[in-house]
Design a protein around this ligand. Structure first.
Ligand SMILES: Nc1ncnc2c1ncn2[C@@H]1O[C@H](COP(=O)(O)OP(=O)(O)OP(=O)(O)O)[C@@H](O)[C@H]1O
Ligand SMILES: [Mg+2]
Length: 461
């Protein structure tokens, strides 16, 4: 019982408006299996229904007594612009039809029509509505995000990035943003979009690493209903959603090699093919990609296509890690302190110099994201007006770590922590190059790998 109810809610709602009973009945019969159908004899009735029911699509007769179809169309669009309307007319009155389309009707249908034409038109109009709605909700989501699109920093590195953003924003050139995790790659991509002529269209990020290989293709290009097992509805791909705007292919280094070939073709041909559609649709999308892996190395390992790399890397932007531009740390601290104090309604004045010094010395393996998370936590937890060293977590304050460990009475845990820190430091110094780090530590490369596994360095403590 409950199941039936949800099905009904999910069905699209169609309103048939016609003064001729036989036509109303036959259209209702044809559509009611798939849709939730309402009928109205007059324009007035139609308007009442539109006001009270969440109608998706109206099939509207042009010639009716009392109020004529064109007037009803105007009123419906006034009530809710997102309702799609198909005009139905006995004689093709070209002038009227053109007028209706200008007023926002989706299309018109000439009587008599066959079943297929009716069903096809209805499906197309509903598809358009769905797409517009998806775009709208995405846009709202993006706009919310954009309020915070503010890149803070004064180092020469960040100033150079500001300049590239301004220079490339106007063009359509593909951009490849590289940088460690949390350095602000997505933020820079958004900044480019928001300063480009495409800013009124969508910025659509896709995380290539988070989507299973089998789903990535339909995520990007979309699929038709029934094109593979599980494809119960038609899906519009991110390329189509981003049409006219910008697509961010995040973590591009994780894209499977087969998808890389398809992406390359899309960039070259400027068209996409929904899975199972059998035809190509032109798309106009600016592509920005981002990665924290070394794509040149991936090319050598046959994990990344060289031709695709050159297509994506027309304008390279490298964002250096925070530890290589420490002068940005105090400004970022301030920026986040202000933002989160406002957000949480706290009256935090600032940070004591001793604490700020510690933050400036710290290496920030998680870069700005780590800094931002820390400040957010501090704002929430601190009761005083000024944040001091005593509020900082131990990994930053380094506060008598040995003593804490001793109190906890765990020798092996303390040694593990020390080993982990020592190795991380060496890896950082050698920019992640294992053989170089091993040399620094005075151990064999294999020993380093074994230690990393043993200490499971991924989950930093
Ligand atoms: N220069 C900056 N000024 C202000 N905020 C920044 C700056 N750089 C990054 N941020 C903030 O830091 C956080 C991480 O940035 P972002 O998500 O763009 O990083 P990323 O490089 O895409 O990270 P990942 O590789 O983990 O996906 C975001 O909340 C972002 O707003
Ligand atoms: Mg990112």
């Amino acid at each position: 019982m409950a199941r039936k109810k949800t099905e009904k809610i999910n069905k699209a709602k169609i309103l048939i408006v016609d003064d001729e009973k036989s036509l109303r009945d036959s259209m209702q019969m044809l559509l009611q299996e798939k849709y939730d159908v309402f009928v109205a004899k007059t324009g007035k009735q139609a308007i009442e229904i539109v006001k009270t029911k969440p109608i998706d699509l109206v099939l509207l007769d042009i010639r009716m007594p009392e109020i004529d179809g064109i007037e009803v169309l105007k009123i419906i669009k006034g009530i809710n612009e997102s309702i799609e309307v198909i005009m139905v007319t006995a004689v093709i009155m070209v002038k009227k039809a053109v007028q209706a389309i200008r007023l926002g009707a989706y299309d018109y249908l000439a009587k008599p029509f066959d079943i297929e034409t009716l069903q096809e038109q209805v499906a197309k109009a509903l598809e358009k509505k769905k797409l517009t709605q998806e775009n709208l909700s995405l846009r709202l989501l993006m706009e919310k995000d954009n309020q915070f699109e503010k890149i803070v920093g004064k180092s020469k590195e960040i100033r150079a990035i500001f300049k590239i953003i301004d220079d490339v924003a106007k063009s359509n050139a593909t951009v490849l943003i590289t940088g460690e995790s949390g350095t602000g790659k997505e933020l820079v991509a958004r900044a480019i979009h928001n300063r480009s002529p495409r800013k009124d269209k969508l910025f659509v990020p896709v995380n290539c690493a988070a989507i299973p290989e089998t789903l990535l293709e339909s995520e990007l290009f979309g699929h038709e209903r029934g094109s593979f097992t599980g494809a119960t509805t038609r899906q519009i791909g991110k390329f189509e959603i981003a049409n006219g705007g910008t697509l961010l292919l995040d973590e591009i280094g994780s894209m499977p090699i087969i998808m890389q070939a398809k992406l390359l073709r899309t960039i070259q041909e400027r068209e996409i093919e929904r899975i199972g559609s059998g035809y190509a649709t032109p798309v106009d999308v600016r592509i920005i990609s981002a990665t924290n892996s070394n794509l040149r190395q991936e090319i050598k390992n046959y994990k990344f296509r060289e031709d695709l790399f050159y297509r994506l890397n027309v304008i390279p932007i490298h964002i250096p890690p925070l530890r290589e531009r420490r002068e940005d740390i105090p400004i970022l601290v301030n920026h986040f302190l202000q933002r989160y104090s406002r957000e949480f309604g706290k009256k935090i004045k600032g940070m004591k110099k001793s604490a700020l010094d510690l933050l400036t010395e710290y290496d920030w393996p998680g870069n700005i994201r780590e800094l931002e998370n820390l400040i957010e936590r501090l704002v929430v937890l601190t009761k005083e007006e000024l944040i001091g060293t005593e509020h900082l977590p131990v990994e930053i304050s380094g506060q008598s770590q040995t003593e804490t460990d001793l109190n906890n009475g765990n020798f092996f845990e303390a040694v593990r922590k020390f080993e982990a820190k020592f190795i991380q430091k060496a890896l950082q110094k050698s920019s992640g190059k294992k053989s170089q780090a091993a040399k620094l530590l005075g151990i064999h490369r294999n020993t380093l790998s074994n230690l990393e596994k043993k200490l499971s360095l991924e989950d930093r403590t």
